[in-house]
Design a binder for this molecule. Structure first.
Ligand code: SF4
Length: 366
């Protein structure tokens, strides 16, 4: 029988770390391989988190490197002639995360567990190789978009109907029939149909999808059973923090809020995500955090800015750290956080840092 590998990538962020803990506790019989793609430019706090996790999991987390050199990012920046990655030219994710991951799994059928939470909208930047199937254990809908669009295609209505027919739906049978036979249209989209079926019964929906996959080439077609089809948990941000704290692994230290004061006003700042210390996705207040909390790393980030390339469009880091500029960034940040706090009532700085989690990629920031 073909062996299907189960893998889980640890990005260094809170969600994937908590997912590893969650999977170990909830599905101890799944033989999961843990891996991390090291760019060579992570914060020490990230390496610490990985060490803590290895102890908790009682397993090695495989470091997959994008190059034989100890510093994969530096290797590729030379190849790219000093051209810094940006949100429009994200060669770093491709070269340092996706390609090494695809090499790590080779042609083996693989189930890849991804820590996108139940309270997030994003699908993430995930591998599209046919031998890699992504599963989202935190969400009510554990399946990837491609699986759902095949399953709910109008051409499969009869097939889905017969798959549901074998399930014990009792009082829900009539409603299930009605939903299944409602074709997708301009007034009834895939998301609506998906929500209706999941609301009717997530376990039944998952059982039908699992049966549907049997006649495809998806890796799960090769598994005789899959315990996650019975999972009805929805894990949101509070749960992630709780899982990390209760396990003793702890929340990555870069999330810890640090006090600062400007013009007699006090506030706190932190970093909002994992990834390379110079990541171009960070906000200006996070660059200031880096400058003040890890000055040696900030200097290293500055050294990459040559030949007109800068991490932030139109603002070299040497300008960003001028005292007047830092003062303005902090003032603007305080204003923004006060505005948001009054609207959001959230205890998390992460909610305040705009778009901290919605931007970026599923490889680096989960
Ligand atoms: S963390 Fe940022 S800079 Fe590093 S690989 Fe990911 S997107 Fe690129």
């Amino acid at each position: 029988m073909i062996k299907v590998r189960h893998v889980l990538g640890i990005s260094g962020g809170k969600d994937s770390a908590a997912l590893a803990i969650y999977m170990k506790n909830k599905y101890p019989n799944l033989d999961i391989e843990y891996y991390t793609s090291d760019t060579g430019k992570e914060l020490d706090e990230t390496y610490q988190l990985i060490e803590n996790l290895e102890i908790y999991l009682g397993k090695k987390i495989t470091k997959i490197n994008a190059s034989v050199e100890s510093n994969p990012f530096d290797h590729f920046i030379k190849i790219y002639g000093g051209y810094l990655p940006s949100s429009n030219a994200r060669w770093c994710t491709k070269k340092l995360k996706l390609e090494p991951f695809e090499k790590f799994v080779g042609n083996d059928p693989v189930i890849s567990y991804v820590g996108i939470r139940g309270d997030e909208e994003r699908e993430g930047y995930i591998s599209k190789k046919p031998n890699i199937q992504s599963i989202f254990p935190y969400r009510k809908n554990i399946w990837s978009e491609d699986v759902i669009s095949k399953f709910l295609a109008n051409s499969n209505i009869q097939l889905v109907n017969s798959l549901y027919g074998g399930l014990n739906m009792n009082a829900k049978t009539e409603r299930a029939n009605e939903i299944i036979h409602s074709p997708l249209s301009t007034t009834y989209n895939q998301q609506q149909k998906l929500n209706h079926l999941l609301d009717l019964g997530a376990k039944e929906f998952n059982a039908a999808v699992f049966k549907f996959l049997k006649n495809t080439n998806y890796p799960l077609s090769k598994e005789p059973n899959f315990p996650l089809i019975d999972n009805e948990d929805i894990i949101i941000r509070d749960d992630v923090f709780r899982i990390l704290e209760e396990s003793g692994v702890g929340v990555p230290a870069y999330y810890k809020e640090v006090d600062f004061e400007i013009n007699g006003k006090s506030s706190t700042y932190a970093r909002s995500r994992s990834g390379c210390f110079f990541c171009f996705y960070q906000q200006k207040i996070e660059w200031v955090w880096l400058y003040e909390q890890h000055p040696e790393l900030f200097i290293q980030a500055m050294e990459y800015e040559k030949d007109g390339y800068t991490w932030i469009q139109d603002e070299p880091l040497s300008d960003l750290i001028k005292p007047e500029r830092i003062k303005r960034i902090k003032e603007e940040y305080i204003k923004r956080t006060e505005n948001k706090k009054s609207k959001m009532q959230s205890p998390y700085l992460l909610d305040i840092l705009d778009d901290a989690e919605t931007e970026g990629c599923a490889s680096c920031f989960i």
